[in-house]
Design a binder for this molecule. Structure first.
Ligand SMILES: [Zn+2]
Length: 285
């Protein structure tokens, strides 16, 4: 029973399973390599290995492609099997290599390929990417490409400068609590929504202020003894009749126009009720 394991046992179990998973993966790659060599897919009337893996073996497309990429690397570097087994190279890295080789139109020598496989051992995916790009002198792409797909989704390809990327990553770090993921599309959606809400919020604030000014036109302060309305048209402010800190809303009925003098007067009265240390009630703050 998994739930009966203590934390130490659970940790050890996960680690030993991860090792077993790598061993199994290396075996899968080795067998796919052999299937590729024999063109096994022809026996099943598939035109290629990819279709065989997806339709016959049930691999999702991306997983099938990553395994084919690794299997074809294994064909040129037999040492790769042991590296996958021990986990010093993963399928993200082998796919990076194959993509780069395809980009160079296979103008990469066997020695270069083997040396790159050795060099990316124990590197992170990002480190491997930079290393491969440098070694193979891959072109730096700068133009942004948006491809519209049949389900309405858009595939974006773009290059961020180091500075832009760092700024984006900073936002990502700050937003990760809210988004609970490092997934870029999720983050872009989150930041866009937040920005839009903020902009629309301030636009709404401006619209409400305008309405209150149009309705009241002058200071609405009523002297409690004389019952006279101030009526000043100078230096007008929008005031929350019931302060926000007391649960007052931003609804029109809770807003009124006050001149600067009476705005301050009312504030002082309220501040006496509240604590003096609190900052002045900002409009919609
Ligand atoms: Zn006034």
């Amino acid at each position: 029973m998994i739930s009966k394991l203590n934390n130490k046992e659970l940790d050890q179990k996960i680690k030993s399973l991860a090792k077993a998973e790598n061993r199994l993966l290396a075996l899968v790659i080795e067998h796919i390599n052999e299937a590729d060599r024999r063109k096994l897919y022809l026996d099943f009337n598939y035109p290629n290995l990819y279709d065989y893996l997806v339709k016959e073996c049930g691999y999702p497309g991306g997983s099938a492609q990553r395994r084919i990429d690794a299997a074809r690397l294994l064909a040129i570097e037999p040492k790769l099997k042991a590296k996958i087994e021990s986990g010093v190279i993963n399928l993200s890295q082998t796919t990076l290599l194959q993509k780069a080789f395809r980009e160079k139109d296979q103008r990469v020598t066997l020695e270069q390929k083997r040396s790159l496989i050795a060099k990316i051992c124990d590197k992170t995916v990002n480190e491997s990417q930079i290393l491969i790009a440098k070694e193979l002198d891959l072109k730096i792409k700068v133009n942004t490409k948006a491809t519209h797909q049949k389900d309405g989704s858009v595939r974006l390809e773009m290059t961020l400068t180091k500075e832009q990327w760092e700024s984006f990553q900073k936002a990502q770090g700050l937003a990760s609590n809210a988004t609970q993921t490092n997934d870029l599309p999720t983050l872009i959606k989150y930041l866009s929504d937040k920005f839009t809400k903020q902009k629309e919020g301030s636009a709404a604030t401006v619209a409400v202020k305008k309405k209150v000014l149009q309705r009241d036109q002058c200071c609405q302060y009523k002297d409690e003894r004389t019952n006279q309305v101030c009526g000043s048209r100078w230096n007008l402010h929008i005031d929350h009749i019931k302060p926000k800190w007391a649960g007052g809303t931003d609804d029109l009925e809770n807003l009124r126009v006050l001149c600067q003098k009476h705005n301050l007067h009312v504030y002082r009265q309220q501040a006496g009720i509240r604590t003096l240390s609190k900052a002045q009630d900002n409009f919609f703050g």
